[in-house]
Design a protein around this ligand. Structure first.
Ligand code: KIV
Ligand code: NA
Length: 265
């Protein structure tokens, strides 16, 4: 396996090769995702929703993110593993941000961190980068500030917010981020952002004019059911398939069909 690095991603953009990225939060799923040649695995704070059942990403802790990330790292041979800094682990001051990023790198073995926000978190980004830790940005819909906006609707539809987003992307590039996630913004704007910077822009609900795509793996596999945004392409309906398999197991236990003569000692 030739490992994907921060540099290979920038080269992929240069050569026009699209970048594939998916989340994973545990060893078994990360093994499947990595073997399928996904370029970047994101240990997203969406684990707060998907793994823990919280309504938002806010409750997940740094310790919990480290647990998820270390599980993923043990499975991965090829992908670049990016770990979200959770809400509350980087906003209060740049030194805390650096301490949190260092804990992720040391205790999980992750390869890079992701932070939500633009110029507001400038000092934190600089400190983390100065320590030699690669940083991925995240602009557009930033779920850690959901209570500021009140909804998960499309962002930057207005001129002013669109201008600020382009400025923030340029700022993040200049600060030294190796890539930026753009979440749920108009496709035309996302394309414009991707053309304005030389670092790869990875979109989710940001159209086809960007340099790569990211989805939550449980959404793509149809393990989650209630979440149905326009941008989601479901490749399987595992909720139903897994449910059917498990119902069959229950039936086989009840009917004494399982275990049969070959399935015992
Ligand atoms: O936490 C997450 O899954 C994310 C992606 C949606 C980009 O940040
Ligand atoms: Na996230």
């Amino acid at each position: 396996y030739k490992r994907v690095t921060v540099k290979s991603l920038v080269d992929m953009k240069k050569h026009g090769e699209k970048i594939s990225m998916l989340t994973a939060y545990d060893y078994s799923m990360a093994k499947i995702v990595d073997a399928a040649q996904v370029d970047v695995i994101l240990v997203g704070d969406s684990a707060s929703n998907v793994m823990a059942g919280h309504e938002t990403t806010l409750p997940i802790t740094l310790d919990q993110m480290i647990y998820h990330a270390s599980s993923v790292i043990r499975a991965v041979k090829r992908a670049l593993v990016v770990v979200d800094l959770p809400f509350g682990s980087y906003q209060s001051d740049p030194k805390e941000a650096l301490r949190s990023a260092i804990r992720i790198m040391k205790e999980s073995g992750g390869h890079a961190v992701k932070l939500e926000g633009g110029s507001e978190i400038k000092e934190s980004i600089k400190r983390i980068l100065n320590a030699g830790i690669p940083v991925m940005g995240h602009l557009g819909l930033t779920p850690q500030s959901i209570y500021k906006f009140g909804t998960y609707t499309v962002r930057a539809r207005e001129e002013e917010e669109a201008e600020k987003l382009i400025e923030d992307a340029k700022f993040l590039e200049k600060a030294g981020c190796f890539s930026i996630v753009l979440e749920k913004i108009p496709a035309d704007l996302a394309k414009k952002v991707a053309e304005s910077v030389s670092i790869p822009i990875i979109g989710i609900g940001a159209g086809n004019g960007v340099d790569g795509q990211v989805l939550v793996v449980h959404d793509l596999l149809g393990i989650t059911q209630e979440f149905n945004p326009r941008f989601l392409r479901r490749y399987l309906n595992l909720y139903e398939e897994m449910g059917n398999a498990i119902s069959q197991y229950v039936e086989d236990v009840k009917s004494k069909d399982f275990p049969n003569d070959e399935e015992q000692y």
